[in-house]
Design a protein around this ligand. Structure first.
Ligand code: C2E
Ligand code: MG
Ligand code: MG
Ligand code: MG
Length: 282
């Protein structure tokens, strides 16, 4: 599992720093060939019902194996791809690969795919989602789109696309909720089905009363609005117990399961796949 833990991941910049200048250009150039050369992979992190064992869903997380640099974190290359527009093609690849991989995940689990605001600005986004679902025979109800950031810039057209997808049964989750990238007005303006409480709050549940207050009130808000909730970045038993007792329904984090390749998941969660019926009277 060491590989899937992102060990050896190459990071150019500290979190939050803008990718620009020469190295940004290197990435821009290399991203062009990355898709063609098959350097991208999806790993999946299980999402659990906090009061039950067994995965209820999986989040697709993009991994880039750069030919010279090794693993590059999405936190480093996605901002570049967004700036250059390359995220549109990359995002389409992610969507299709995830819909195709869904057949290899336990049945009845949902599949969460991260979507960049840049993708949402494309007028044909909803059509691409429908095509991916149809091509891979994935029921719309098994797909969930994770949105971040100011879709305050979400145009009327974008709102209509989301409503359209929602009507088909596609889930819509607000990622990193509470971080300022996605706020309450944003929440109310979109056809959201779930909020994901950001790891930065979950991280400090044990030592900060403030974080406990924030998480408890976000959970209450979600519950009043009839939304599902996922706590991100659960790393300890304490955090799991806290979010569970505060009414959170789903949890995700290293304490519960790390992102992994499909093959490893099939092994780890083999009990959650239908057993082959031993044929005719065994
Ligand atoms: P995110 O969507 O909030 O994904 C959760 C991130 O938290 C993942 O990082 C995951 O590996 C990490 N994580 C999960 N549990 C824990 C934990 O217990 N502790 C810690 N320390 N970390 C945990 P990752 O894979 O590096 O992805 C970073 C971000 O990159 C994602 O944040 C998402 O915003 C973006 N991203 C990843 N894949 C895609 C993609 O296909 N498309 C787009 N547009 N963005 C993506
Ligand atoms: Mg996400
Ligand atoms: Mg998240
Ligand atoms: Mg996050």
């Amino acid at each position: 599992a060491a590989k899937s833990e992102g060990r050896g991941t190459f990071r150019f910049f500290k979190q939050g720093m803008e990718m620009s200048g020469e190295r940004g250009h290197v990435f821009q150039h290399d991203l062009d060939t990355a898709l063609r050369n098959g350097e991208f992979e999806l790993h999946y992190q299980p999402i659990f019902d906090v009061s039950n064992s067994g995965p209820v869903g999986f989040e697709a997380l993009l991994r880039w194996q750069h030919p010279k640099l090794g693993w590059v974190s999405p936190a480093d290359f996605i901002p570049v791809a967004e700036k250059t527009g390359q995220i549109v093609a990359i995002g389409e690849w992610v969507l299709n690969r995830a819909c195709s991989d869904a057949a290899s995940l336990p049945p009845d689990t949902f599949l969460a795919v991260n979507v960049s605001p840049v993708q949402l600005q494309q007028g044909n986004f909803a059509k691409k989602v429908k095509t991916a679902l149809f091509t891979h025979g994935l029921p719309a109800s098994r797909l969930e789109l994770e949105l971040t950031e100011s879709v305050q810039i979400c145009s009327l057209e974008c709102l209509e696309m989301l409503a359209d997808l929602r009507a088909l049964g596609v889930g819509i989750a607000l990622d990193d909720f509470g971080t300022g990238y996605s706020g309450i007005s944003y929440l109310l303006s979109l056809p959201v089905t779930k909020i994901k409480i950001d790891r930065s709050f979950v991280m400090h549940l044990e030592e900060k009363a403030e974080s406990r207050a924030v998480v408890a009130s976000l959970l209450q808000l979600a519950s009043s609005l009839g939304l599902e909730t996922t706590a991100e970045g659960i790393e300890t038993e304490f955090q799991l117990q806290f979010v569970r007792s505060a009414g959170c329904t789903l949890g995700q984090g290293y304490f519960l399961g790390r992102p992994a390749k499909i093959k490893d998941l099939q092994h780890t969660y083999r009990d959650f796949y239908p057993r082959k019926v031993s044929s005719l009277g065994a």
